[in-house]
Design a protein around this ligand. Structure first.
Ligand code: ADP
Ligand code: MG
Ligand code: ZN
Length: 477
């Protein structure tokens, strides 16, 4: 029997506000445990929340970017449950009057091409604290620095049909939230967490099957792996004649499996009710219109512009437009006079490799856009070969010197002087009579051998174009 996967995703996005959602405590990461706290986020009796105005503003901006209707009078609700990281024993969230509803997002994959994923709703809520299970101890510690950090939860319709689409969806959400600046999108710090709801149904069947929800997937790769696993697991269960139970599962990153955390039957009676401490969140229609007008260029539009105006191909344009930091960096390199394709190759090639290897962001690597631009210009002018450029690039990562200075200090300038190169070519031909013979009797692929020898003789500094021309002139007599 053939099955079709049906997938709906819930993504929690941490907002880029300086302070928490209902108090003035800092949201800064990595502070000593419980130092970013006050009576409000500690949930002390009698403390009253005051909404951070940036939160509904960010929510509305994201809603607009995801084609949602924006509710001008949304409401906070209490979601009641007990857990040691939740001192109030309820989480302030939104229930029946969320700030955004009925949107959509278009994604593109190899397997299904373009597809439109419905956005059911986006609501505002506060994060919970964190339990720390200290190693070698049977105690658990509570850190409430994260309690009250503002989140948006984006709930999709069950429109996703494969693990590949689930990953593409999460990547697109990441690209959009960072492009409009509502989140820093730092995956390492858990700024984007995805819950994947997965079910199967026989091909052609209209009704959905029973779903499981795999929680807290905090990387694009984990979402893809967990969905692949869950589809396969459910397929095998069904083929074995078993029934899927609705349950919450977790992803084990080491063993690469999902496992049951709790079944839904016993869970989830949150007794939502409107939070009496918080007034209706009123947004004016004018403010929403202002947001709509001022929405920054979205990744999709940026990709199209990179293709139309700069002549980049689909792939390059997509990679460069996906993250705000990278696209801004790329455009800065261009303002310093770099050729788009060359700048693109360096950024998505060597620079991305360095980012991946070091785990650093572009700003942490600190390579100045003007230095990268200068490097590409030296290559274009033929002053250095692309091989030498790699050496200079590595040096720039550690020394903050301009490429021109590195070229000068290390004597890396490309040798284009015809007389000098011609002399070396002559010597080479004399020293390799046999190969010259073979070349002249038709084995012209030996040209590569001669070019290689020339690069060796010039220690990579010979201008390949001049070398090629001189070799041909002297061999083709
Ligand atoms: P809950 O409140 O229990 O999380 P919701 O009805 O709000 O349940 O749905 C949560 C998510 O599950 C949504 O993203 C939705 O698209 C998805 N979903 C609902 N039913 C299914 C199903 N049968 N298969 C896959 N995903 C589903
Ligand atoms: Mg859910
Ligand atoms: Zn606080």
């Amino acid at each position: 029997m053939q099955f079709e996967p049906v997938i709906g995703l819930e993504i929690h996005v941490q907002l880029a506000t300086a302070s928490k959602i209902f108090c003035s405590c800092s949201t800064e990461f990595g502070k000593p445990p419980n130092s970013n706290t006050c009576p409000v986020c500690l949930g002390l009796p009698g403390a009253l929340p005051v909404l951070n105005r940036r939160v509904p503003e960010f929510a509305a901006q994201l809603g607009l970017a995801l084609n949602c209707e924006i509710r001008l009078d949304s409401q906070f609700a209490r979601k009641n449950y007990f857990y040691p990281d939740l001192p109030k024993a309820y989480q302030v969230s939104q229930f029946d009057r969320p700030i955004c509803e009925n949107g959509w997002l278009e994604i593109e994959t190899e397997s299904r091409g373009k597809s439109r994923i419905g956005i059911t709703r986006i609501h505002m809520e506060e994060d919970a604290g964190k339990l720390v299970h200290a190693e070698g101890s049977d105690e658990s510690l509570v850190d409430l620095n994260r309690a009250g950090v503002p989140l948006l939860e984006i709930v999709s319709e069950p429109d996703v049909r494969s693990a590949e689409e689930a990953k593409a969806y999460m990547e697109k959400i990441h690209a959009i939230v960072t492009a409009i600046g509502v989140s820093d999108g730092d995956m390492e710090k858990g700024h984007l967490r995805c819950d994947a709801n997965v079910s199967l149904r026989p091909h052609g069947q209209k009704e959905f099957g029973t779903r499981t929800e795999t929680k807290n997937l905090n990387s694009f790769r984990f979402v893809q792996q967990a969905v692949v696993y869950e589809i396969e697991r459910q397929r095998e269960e069904i083929l074995d004649g078993k029934t899927i139970v609705q349950e919450t599962r977790l992803w084990d990153t080491d063993r690469k499996i999902t496992f049951s955390m709790r079944s839904k039957e016993e869970a989830d009676e949150y007794r939502y009710f409107p939070d009496p401490d918080l007034p209706i969140v009123e947004l004016s229609a004018e403010l929403v219109e202002t947001f709509r007008k001022n929405l920054p260029e979205l990744p999709e539009a940026k990709q199209q512009r990179f293709m139309a105006e700069l002549g980049l191909n689909n792939y390059d344009a997509k990679v460069l437009s996906a993250g705000r930091e990278m696209s801004e960096y790329f455009e800065k390199v261009l303002t310093h006079g770099a050729a788009p394709k060359l700048a693109c190759n360096w950024i998505i090639g060597d620079l991305t490799r360095v980012m991946n290897e070091s785990g650093k962001s572009l700003s942490e690597i600190g390579l100045l856009p003007e230095h990268l631009a200068d490097l590409t210009k030296l290559i274009e002018k033929g002053e250095i070969s692309s091989k030498i450029a790699k050496t200079i690039f590595e040096e720039m990562l550690v020394s903050a010197k301009t490429p021109a200075l590195i070229v000068e200090e290390k004597g890396l300038k490309q040798v284009s002087d015809e007389a000098e190169l011609g002399r070396i070519v002559d010597e080479l031909l004399v020293a390799n009579q046999q190969q010259v013979e073979q070349y002249r009797t038709g084995k012209t692929q030996l040209l590569g051998f001669f070019v290689g020898q020339m690069m060796k003789q010039t220690r990579g500094k010979g201008n390949p174009a001049v070398i090629n021309r001189l070799l041909k002139e002297k061999l083709d007599v």
